[in-house]
Design a protein around this ligand. Structure first.
Ligand SMILES: NC(=O)c1ccc[n+]([C@@H]2O[C@H](COP(=O)([O-])OP(=O)(O)OC[C@H]3O[C@@H](n4cnc5c(N)ncnc54)[C@H](OP(=O)(O)O)[C@@H]3O)[C@@H](O)[C@H]2O)c1
Length: 314
């Protein structure tokens, strides 16, 4: 009977519109539920990081570097990872983290898109410190491609952003189970909002959400997972030099400073947040897209012209 009901175009549309109506009717209750959940989280105990071991990928610059400094100020031991490039600042980051309060910092050059190198840096971290408490999968690349760009370049985005988080997670989980540890994965609001020009990047970040939401069922409650959903943050990532667009994105869209973002992220992780969305205002965009996809499409189409103008350089 149910199958007949849902295979019928009229009844399935009716169910959809009745569900929408119910959603509108219960929305005041949802608001109260959101507040009831938010207020206690302000008072939730933060994990004491002193003496804990944190492994951060992509820590030679930007958010990874600043997240490392936040953990260092809390007295955590750090293992930081980035590729071996002549201009790499990884060693300087290690030095600064020690100055800020980390008792010991191990820096390892590795490429997260290579499975053997991920096994190597997880093993080296555990060998050096004897344990692992937090794995922060942060390394990522964000070149802007359109569908007519060289298609062979798309693979590297998935290899770094998706597999570059999954591989270290695979090797770290047995160690994190021993310490009731945490996995933190740096996805992006682009995964949910689908901003123009970001089809490959956004797809790689959407895959992360899907992977880690499913993984939660496998590893919880022993290991907890925090998914970062960030908007545009002021790092090299959004500069014209990096994206190969004509303008820095900070001149075109609302952006957040990187240091306060890193502080909020580490605070949220210590409180055991399931998701961290920054800037918070973007939660409205997510809701808008869910409830009124056409309005969201119109709104974001305005930004499309921006990308159209830049296509020649992609
Ligand atoms: N900035 C934003 O607006 C924004 C918004 C949402 C999400 N995010 C995410 O935040 C993360 C950090 O980005 P960011 O803004 O801080 O940019 P960033 O300054 O360019 O940092 C990227 C980091 O990843 C490392 N990395 C890149 N490819 C790697 C690889 N194959 N193996 C190991 N390390 C690699 C880079 O180091 P090397 O190049 O030295 O290897 C660098 O340390 C990314 O995952 C990004 O997608 C950023």
């Amino acid at each position: 009977m149910f199958a007949a009901c849902f295979n019928n175009r009229f009844t399935s549309a009716l169910v959809y519109y009745v569900s929408l109506l119910l959603l509108i009717l219960v929305s005041p209750l949802l608001l109260i539920w959101e507040l009831v959940n938010t207020v206690p989280s302000c008072f939730r105990c933060k994990e004491n990081m002193s003496g804990k071991v944190v492994l951060i990928t992509g820590a030679s610059s930007g958010l990874g570097e600043l997240i490392a400094y936040e953990y260092a100020k809390l007295g955590a031991y750090l293992a930081i990872i980035a590729r071996n490039k002549p201009e790499s600042r990884l060693e300087q980051v290690a030095h600064r983290a020690r100055e800020l309060g980390s008792p010991d910092v191990l820096f390892v050059f590795a490429d997260v898109s290579k499975v053997d190198e991920c096994r190597m840096f997880v093993d080296e971290t555990v060998k050096h410190f004897g344990r692992l408490d937090h794995l922060v999968c942060n390394a990522g690349i964000g070149q802007v491609y359109c569908i007519s760009s060289d298609v062979t370049k798309f693979t590297q985005v998935l290899n770094t952003n998706f597999w570059g988080s999954v591989y270290p997670t695979h090797f770290a989980v047995p160690h994190l189970k021993k310490t009731n540890g945490k996995i933190i994965v740096n996805s992006s609001l682009g995964a949910l909002l689908g901003a123009p020009g970001g089809c490959v990047y956004n797809a790689s970040k959407a895959a992360l959400i899907s992977f880690y939401e499913s993984l939660r069922f496998e590893v919880s409650p022993t290991v907890t997972i925090t998914i970062l959903m960030l908007g545009f943050i002021q790092t090299d990532f959004i500069t014209a030099k990096y994206t190969r667009l004509k303008k820095d994105l900070r001149d075109v869209v609302p952006t957040m400073e990187a240091e306060p973002c890193a502080k909020v992220v580490v605070d949220g992780i210590r409180k055991g947040a399931t998701y961290i969305t920054e800037p918070r205002i973007f939660k409205t965009n997510v809701l808008l897209k869910l409830l009124f996809p056409q309005v969201h499409h119109f709104f974001y189409s305005c930004f499309s012209s921006l990308v159209e103008n830049y296509k020649s350089s992609l």
